[in-house]
Write a protein that binds this ligand. Structure first.
Ligand code: S3P
Length: 428
């Protein structure tokens, strides 16, 4: 696809699509709760559709009306063995979270996905779920998909210290812990604090969980009740336009309905560290959302590491682009998790931005970027990774040439089906 280049200024307002993490969880909680769950503003990206189809295949009734999804949950016990293996598509979140649910169900299921998913390690969920009593087998030592899960109704509690900072693993273990005995309590200790949407939603659905810093206690035998969920916009999708607004000359962009849960707002802190401002308007504390406004700004490099990383893990590709337009050095470290995302994002970001003229050096756990460098047009590929595709499309706005093409652009539909029309709406 031909990308828009040489942008003279982006101006306007965008309503950001629903948060992907919250959308997946709203379907899962709706399915394991009793009664009706109504979800408003859900993301209709391919990853979330994979989650919806998986629960439909397990007998859950899910109605899809304009603007609203209704899930008729019958509890964990209402989930039936699917007739065929479940297709997870490109979605690591679906695969890992659903595994925690399947671990406690009395049947065997196979989970498979596309080429990218087939390279993603599932040992991080397989190992602890085996410790709780489930039988799981995958490909190679890392339990790559396809994986088989044979659940048990005798799951037992455990104390588990996560070896990786991962909300997906934490969430899988919470779903499994809910299915242990009534008197059992599972203790999960996080490596770093990660997104806490599962914990929030568990409480919203009438469940019990105790969180103290990185320590989480989940009692077993819980019964949840269907709820109404309003999904805020995805800050990880907003990130592409936050960066575009900062680096394209003569820009001012307003992003409505952006989720600002503290565990996700690392990018806002980085933008401030780089010397620019994100204005927050109409903050809604209950729904944890706000309108964000950015303008073209002078930026300087900064360091991004440690506990900040899980708060912006999915934004690092677009932050790398931002750093190419900031004066001085930006050092990203402790981000080795980038190597096991939809692609090896350290390798792919480095390759793509270097080809465009950026000064960027990969390290084992991050990148060092020296700015500010002009970028030039070159044909690029998403490598099948939605966030790489959107980063390339924003980078193209800065190149002076007229022609720049993006191959495999369809992967963007994974998380942001209206990305190109939203971008188009900001053009003069
Ligand atoms: C997610 C957690 C993160 C993130 C992913 C969504 C979630 O993955 O990168 O896009 O919804 O829990 P990890 O848990 O592997 O860090």
């Amino acid at each position: 696809m031909k990308l828009q280049t040489n942008a003279k200024g982006l101006r306007g307002t965008i309503k950001v699509p629903g948060d992907k993490s919250i959308s997946h969880r709203s379907i899962m909680f709706g399915a394991i709760a009793h009664g009706k769950t109504e979800v408003f503003d859900i993301l209709r990206g391919e990853d979330v559709i994979s989650t919806m189809n998986a629960f439909r295949a397990m007998g859950v009734e899910i109605l899809d009306e304009e603007g609203k999804i209704t899930i008729l949950g019958k509890g964990f016990e209402g989930l039936k063995a699917p007739k065929t293996p479940l297709d997870m598509g490109n979605s690591g979140t679906t695969t890992r979270l659903i595994s925690g649910i399947l671990a406690g169900l009395p049947f065997e299921t196979t989970l498979f996905g596309d080429d990218s998913l087939s390279k993603r390690p599932m040992d991080r969920i397989a190992q602890p779920l085996r410790m709780m009593g489930a039988e799981i087998s995958g490909q190679t030592k890392r339990d790559l998909p396809p994986i088989q899960i044979k659940g048990t109704q005798n799951l037992h509690e455990m104390d588990y210290e996560l070896p990786v900072a991962s909300a997906q693993v934490k969430s899988a273990l919470i779903f499994a812990a809910l299915q242990t005995d009534k008197k059992a309590v599972t203790r999960i200790i996080e490596k770093e604090k990660t997104r806490d949407h599962t914990e929030d939603m568990l409480v919203q659905f009438g469940g019990e969980i105790a969180v103290s810093g990185k320590n989480i206690l989940v009692p077993g035998g819980q019964r949840l009740t269907g709820q109404k969920v309003v999904v805020p916009g995805d800050i990880s999708s907003a990130a592409f336009f936050l960066v575009a607004g900062l680096i394209v000359p003569n820009s001012e962009i307003e992003l409505r309905n952006v989720g600002i849960n503290e565990t996700r707002t690392g990018i806002l802190d980085v933008i401030e560290k780089m010397g620019a401002q994100v204005i927050r308007l109409q903050e809604d504390r209950i729904n944890k959302s706000a309108t964000l406004v950015v303008r073209t700004s002078e930026l300087h490099g900064c360091e991004i590491s440690g506990e900040m990383i899980p708060r912006l893990i999915d934004e690092l590709p677009i932050i790398a682009l931002l750093a190419t337009q900031a004066k001085g050095e930006t050092i990203i470290s402790n981000a080795e998790e980038l190597r096991v995302k939809e692609t090896d994002r350290i390798a792919v970001v480095t390759e793509l931005l270097s080809k465009m003229g950026a000064e960027i050096t990969p390290t084992s756990d991050g990148m060092i970027i020296r700015g500010k460098t002009p970028l030039h047009a070159t044909d690029v590929n998403t490598f099948g990774d939605h966030r790489i595709g959107m980063m390339a499309a924003i980078a193209a706005l800065l190149v002076p040439e007229e022609e720049m093409n993006l191959a495999r652009f369809e992967s963007i539909w994974t998380s942001y089906p209206d990305f190109f029309s939203d971008l188009e709406s900001l053009m003069p």
